[in-house]
Design a protein around this ligand. Sequence first.
Ligand SMILES: *[C@@H]1O[C@H](CO)[C@@H](O)[C@H](O)[C@H]1NC(C)=O
Length: 195
Amino acid sequence: MALKLNLLAMLLFLLLASTSKAHASVFDVTSATYGAKPSSNVSKALAKAWSDACASPSASKVVVPSGTYKLKEATFRGPCKAPIEMQVQGTLQAPADASQLTRPDTWVDFQYIDMFTLSGGGTFDGQGALAWSQNDCHKNKNCKPIPINLRFKFLTNSKVQDITSLKQQIFPHACFPVQPYYISTSYHHNEVHLY
Ligand SMILES: *[C@@H]1O[C@H](CO)[C@@H](O)[C@H](O)[C@H]1NC(C)=O
């Protein structure tokens, strides 16, 4: 009897796990609610979609469909109520002009999130704002550190996969497909940088 109950509980768990995954609520930045359009500035729409998804009591997915979108520096912060995914299918582009960034060291960061996935096959394009040309390390030993495209801070049980981090002017035309990266620790002081 106990075994049967266990089995039943397990099946129920598997069923719940699979349905919660299948039915992650979608927060598409180009939906009428958020109104982002390809080739436009997605900063506000993405911030709003993130905060709605983060407050969702069940699994959620923020989607940036294909297309190129401008994104000012951004911080996506938890804790969220349920597992959350950001699926970037298109390209997010930093401002070409560094003076538009108020912090010098990071373009996009994700903080204090449990069960976070970043995926989608898209690209984070750091553009000129994070460019080598604005850094004098080639002649100054005490130069400012090269700014970071993506910074992951205090994440647990999280995963980054199928994303490209692009930084044109350091190595012109080079891009860095990011290897799948799993953060499966309960140690809350982890920090990962992608240049
Ligand atoms: C994009 O939107 C953000 C937030 O509204 C704003 O601060 C920024 O200046 C905008 N950037 C451009 C290039 O319009």
